[in-house]
Design a binder for this molecule. Structure first.
Ligand code: HEC
Ligand code: HEC
Length: 205
């Protein structure tokens, strides 16, 4: 019954968001996985859903494979080419802060509609690179204290559910599509994943 209405609503959303250039991708909530009885299988399913966010360009661009950020939905090299520098905030000559402010800033340009911004704008450290990795590899990496900034699973959950830099991905500025769903549902999926044992898919693809 609700189906037709939902389809109509999606139609309206699509029409509205095409104009805004920001398609709204859905993210399923943990409750939708209740029917998976096996705990480990359910845990993996939560992570696979959460990976729609982790693998999204808004996150990947700051967690690149090299020490330079990427841009856009096609993950092209940052223009101009910039380097992480000693503290991941750029080099002395070209700090990230020379262009990225504390908040998103509109531009007058037609091609680049806004410059992304956040108080803590900086590149993720090398140990936290995950561009090009499979979801299973990211899963293993983010729960490994040696590579995740020495975080416990509880701290990892808090970071993902509450960190404003992570949250930027849902408010990325004009001309950029936000990450799927909301940070709240993303946080719930991560919490559910951890509660069910933080299982990862087998690493072979
Ligand atoms: C502007 C750049 C930027 C963006 C955008 C960004 N991150 Fe990060 N991320 C960082 C930095 C810098 C750190 C290291 C901060 C720290 O350790 O406190 C980090 C650390 C992390 C960590 C902890 C380390 C790890 O590998 O376990 C996770 C998880 C993470 N980010 C997830 C995300 C997700 C999910 C998104 C998108 C929704 C995202 N990040 C978007 C810069 C970014
Ligand atoms: C010379 C100005 C300038 C400097 C310096 C600069 N940026 Fe950018 N950056 C931009 C502009 C402008 C955009 C938006 C480009 C676009 O949307 O096409 C951007 C976009 C980005 C994006 C892509 C956001 C997305 O998801 O599309 C990331 C990530 C990023 N910058 C990280 C950094 C980091 C990290 C540093 C420092 C190491 C840095 N930038 C230094 C100007 C700069």
């Amino acid at each position: 019954m609700k189906c037709a209405r939902a389809v109509a609503l999606v139609g309206v959303l699509l029409a509205a968001t095409t104009v805004a250039d920001t398609p709204l991708e859905p993210l399923r909530s943990p409750q939708e996985f209740d029917s998976i009885r096996d705990r480990a299988a359910r845990s993996k399913a939560y992570f696979t859903e959460a990976a729609k966010v982790l693998q999204h360009p808004r996150c990947l661009n700051c967690h690149p494979a090299t020490r330079s950020p990427t841009q856009g939905d096609d993950l092209h090299p940052h223009v101009p080419l910039v380097q992480a520098g000693p503290e991941n905030k750029g080099t002395k000559e070209l700090p990230c802060s020379s262009c990225h402010g504390a908040a998103n800033a509109a531009t007058l340009g037609a091609r680049v509609k806004s410059i992304p911004g956040n108080d803590h704008w900086s590149l993720a450290p090398a140990s936290m690179a995950w561009q090009g990795l499979t979801t299973a590899e990211i899963c293993e990496q983010i729960k490994d204290p040696k590579r995740n900034g020495n975080r416990t699973l509880a701290q990892l959950e808090k970071h993902l559910a509450e960190d404003p830099l992570v949250g930027w991905a849902w408010d990325p500025g004009e001309g950029r599509a936000p990450a799927p769903g909301s940070q709240q549902v993303f946080g719930q999926l991560i919490a559910a994943w951890i509660k069910t044992g933080a299982h990862c898919e087998n690493r072979s693809r």
